[in-house]
Ligand binder design. Structure first.
Ligand code: 6PG
Length: 488
């Protein structure tokens, strides 16, 4: 049996963990693996790990002893209590300067807490966002590490080797202290929710407002994927729309229109509210999933309130299709601008120096939101001076101006046909609000002032009542005193 110390230990052999282990091993790193349920470890060793420099451990002490020092331990376990539980079990077995990396979708607040607690114990803790699903983990994910910077020199080469690359540049850069890595991953996921919702709305418009069939929709997305909208999610949508069930009918028609969520989009929306950042598009994407979950209620409501209007005449289709393309693109620009606004605001509050250009770069490949225009975002952050907001960047300004009329046309179509398009339309409302020098908030302020005066005058009335009552009581008791003395 090989007793050479392993370069890295990996805990959690689920889909992501096992694929990342194989990816690390492909790049020449030897591993020890541990899983709470040993049968999964046995299965992994007998199947995927056959003939590789991967050692199995049945217990945590055995696992820890197999690792080269200082130890590098990657956790690929379900976010939440499981992460704390594993760390707790590991701690008595570790030495100062050992490194723990959490590669799950952990809440950044938990990561910050763990980083603080472990720093106090001289353990270097890294929270690393890992994006790209099973395929990414196996062949090149986008990696977003942050936490104890002391760990970075020891883990940099390893993770930059396994990460996705664009023109040889790895999609893995150090992001900052504390929970910054998981923060960036959270915003990535929020943007992912937004992109997915925008695409879903475009599909809905094509199907119900333009009367297109699924093959025509698939062709449209395939064509769009050759242009400005080129991205992983546009590509897979084209493939999904083309897929047929065994009976030959489009597979999407057999899928229930009720979307689940694991919570990272919700965290992004909540965080934006906490930081007073108008992250409207992602918020709408989360709300849309929540509304989708109320399937039975929606079905009942459609019978009471009526459904969609008939599609527009076929000869108008192409013009509207071009408009939907522009709407999708413009709304996506707004969504990314909002996402970067959120990161910039949070970074200020938490004292992080987030490398925004690098973030755009490390999302260019490997991850779910990979797309062509992230290169343009990177270029925006290289300008001198960096624009106050991406929406004021010359590239964004030109693109939005060109897309604006199509965007309005598509949103108007949605409104007129009764097709819900909350993300496309809220992005347009945000855009119009953002570029509005004279907004409507003067009316809000005037109303607030009025209510304030009402409140003050309300207090005056209450105080008057109190004083009048006290006066009346005094008079009453004086009268009683007089009456009593008379009676006496
Ligand atoms: C990734 C994905 C992945 C997953 C999210 C969202 O970057 O690989 O973001 O982490 O898709 O957890 O999942 P839900 O849609 O189920 O919330």
């Amino acid at each position: 049996m090989d007793t050479t110390p392993s370069n890295i230990g990996l805990i959690g052999l689920g889909v992501m963990g096992s694929n990342l282990a194989l990816n690390l091993n492909d790049h020449g790193y030897s591993l020890s693996v541990y899983n709470r349920t040993y049968t999964l470890t046995e299965h992994f060793m007998a199947q995927q790990a056959q003939g590789r420099t991967i050692q199995a451990a049945q217990t945590l002490p055995e696992f820890v002893n197999q690792l080269a020092q200082p130890r590098i331990i990657m956790l690929m376990v379900t976010a939440g209590r499981a992460v704390d539980a594993v760390i707790e079990q590991l701690l008595p077995l570790l030495n100062s300067n050992d490194i723990i990396i959490d590669g799950g979708n952990s809440n950044y607040k938990d990561t910050t807490r763990r980083w603080q607690e472990l720093t106090a114990k001289a353990i270097h803790f890294v929270g690393m966002g890992v994006s790209g699903g099973e395929e990414g983990a196996r062949h090149g994910p986008s990696l977003m590490p942050g936490g104890a910077v002391e760990a970075w020199p020891a883990i940099r080469d390893m993770f930059q080797a396994v990460a996705a690359k664009v023109d040889g540049v790895p999609c893995c850069q150090w992001l900052g202290e504390g929970g910054s890595g998981h923060y960036v991953k959270m915003v990535h996921n929020g943007i992912e929710y937004g992109d997915m919702q925008l695409i879903a709305e475009a599909c809905h418009l094509m199907q119900h407002a333009l009367g297109m069939d699924f093959d025509a929709m698939a062709d449209t997305f395939a064509a769009w994927n050759q242009g400005k909208l080129e991205s992983y999610l546009i590509d897979i949508t084209s493939q999904i729309l083309r897929q047929k069930d065994v009976d030959g009918s489009p597979l999407v028609t057999k899928i229930l229109d009720r979307a689940g969520q694991k919570g990272t989009g919700l965290w992004t929306a909540q965080d934006a509210l906490e930081h007073a950042v108008p992250l409207t598009l992602i918020g709408e994407a989360v709300h849309a999933r929540m509304l989708s979950a109320r399937k039975d209620e929606r079905v009942a409501a459609s019978l009471i309130l009526g459904g969609l209007e008939a599609p527009v005449p076929a000869e108008q289709r192409q013009a509207y299709l071009d408009a939907i393309h522009d709407a999708l693109y413009a709304a996506k620009l707004v969504s990314y601008a909002q996402g970067f606004m959120l990161m910039q605001t949070a970074a200020k509050q938490y004292g992080w120096q987030l490398p925004y250009g690098d973030i755009a770069l490390l999302w260019r490949a490997g991850c779910i939101i990979r797309s062509r225009f992230l290169g343009d975002i990177k270029a925006s952050f290289e300008r001198e001076p960096v624009p106050q907001n991406l929406l004021q960047d010359p590239f964004f300004v030109v693109e939005l101006q060109q897309a604006a009329s199509g965007w309005r046309k598509a949103v108007a179509l949605a409104v007129m046909q009764g097709v819900p398009a909350p993300a496309l339309s809220s992005a347009l409302a945000f855009f119009d609000g953002y570029r509005c020098a004279d907004g409507s908030a003067n009316i809000l302020q005037a109303q607030r002032d009025f209510l304030g005066r009402m409140a003050i005058s309300g207090w005056i009335v209450i105080l008057r009542c109190i004083f009048t009552r006290i006066g009346a009581l005094r008079l009453h008791s004086a009268h009683r005193v007089r009456r009593s003395s008379y009676e006496l």
